[in-house]
Ligand binder design. Structure first.
Ligand code: GDP
Ligand code: MG
Length: 319
């Protein structure tokens, strides 16, 4: 996959991709509170890492599509940022993006964490779901069934069923893959008829630059989440496809204060070196070629209020 390949494809004027007249295409918006397992489910379904999985809440900023083929159906998942009570500008933009995604979808899939049940975030989403157009199929998947005893699961399922919002209810473990096949089979069977919208080998329409930045950002969170919870962002500044097939990528890690810059660099540059190695390994795996990754650290105050960043993430600055 080169950066160009990763850009959204144009629709084939002869009727799109896929198996001709039988083809189905479903757009499914995945909704759920932070940490319920949306990214994990997407990765299980798509079978390749396209979204960020992190033990910290609220790390998915960009709208990501995961795409999988099941039988005659192409299932296109819109992985929306977690929905929660927006305070800062960035939070508001993320909430607007999430609901925009839900309205675009043919189906809405709400994920609920079986361990947490109907917490404040989920209660807020349930309330908003009552305002969905009635023709929109809303499905429920109760996730993390592996971590909760059966009686508690059944209790949660019947409490959610009583809301009268859901066409189907699935019990899944996104992490272990349990129940995911039943869910996928239902999505396949109910996806509207129509030509596939993406080439068969496409797993995400996220531009390569953004995907590469997300990977480095994930490494940053995993290695430095204690010291720098949400104070850093990553941008891909240059992307060069070299003649020998390898790719040169330069990225900047933006932090808010000089003290944070020192943390990211580490003693004698040891931390940034580790980060770069971890990110490069994953990028090489994903892009299936050698990657020359160069990381720089810069201080930029208040990046959370910078309109440029919102455009890069596909978010609306004025949400
Ligand atoms: P998101 O914020 O909704 O995208 O959630 P993530 O996919 O990033 O998952 C949040 C955390 O829940 C991670 O630590 C996952 O490993 C964990 N998780 C996701 N699905 C399951 C599951 O089915 N069972 C268990 N036990 N943990 C899960
Ligand atoms: Mg996520």
């Amino acid at each position: 996959m080169s950066e160009d390949d990763a850009l959204p494809p144009t629709l084939d004027p002869m009727g799109g991709f896929g198996p001709g007249a039988d083809a189905r295409t479903g757009f499914i918006a995945i909704l759920g509170a932070p940490n319920v397992g949306k990214s994990t489910l997407l990765n299980t379904l798509v079978g390749s890492k396209v979204s960020i999985v992190s033990p910290k809440v609220q790390t998915t900023r960009a709208r990501v599509l995961g795409i999988c083929i099941r039988g005659v159906a192409q299932l296109v998942f819109i992985d929306t940022p977690g929905i929660f009570q927006p305070r800062r500008r960035l939070d508001r933009a993320m909430v607007a993006a999430a609901w925009g995604g839900a309205k675009d979808g043919d189906m809405v899939l709400l994920l609920v964490d079986a361990q947490r049940g109907i917490d404040k975030d989920t209660a807020a989403i349930l309330e908003d779901l009552t305002k969905m157009p009635p023709d929109k199929a809303v499905l429920l998947a109760i996730n993390k069934t592996d971590a909760v005893p059966k009686p508690k699961l059944l209790e949660l399922a019947s409490a959610l069923d009583a809301r009268g919002l859901f066409k189907e209810i699935f019990m899944i473990s996104a992490l272990k893959g349990e129940g995911v096949d039943d869910l996928a089979a239902h999505l396949e069977a109910t996806a509207p008829q129509g030509p596939w919208m993406f080439p068969e080998d496409q797993i995400s329409d996220m531009p390569g630059r953004l995907l590469a930045a997300e990977i480095t950002r994930e490494k940053l969170y995993l290695q430095l989440r204690q010291e720098l919870p949400y104070a850093a962002t990553v941008e891909t500044e240059t992307w060069e496809n070299w003649k020998d097939g390898s790719i040169k990528i330069e990225q900047v890690v933006y932090v808010e204060r000089p003290t944070q810059k020192a943390i990211v660099l580490g003693k004698g540059g040891s931390r940034i070196k580790q980060l770069g190695e971890a990110a490069r390994t994953e990028l090489e795996h994903l892009l299936e070629t050698r990657v020359h990754l160069f990381l720089f650290v810069k201080v930029r105050e208040k990046w959370g209020d910078d309109p440029e960043r919102y455009r890069d993430w596909g978010l609306d600055y004025n949400a």
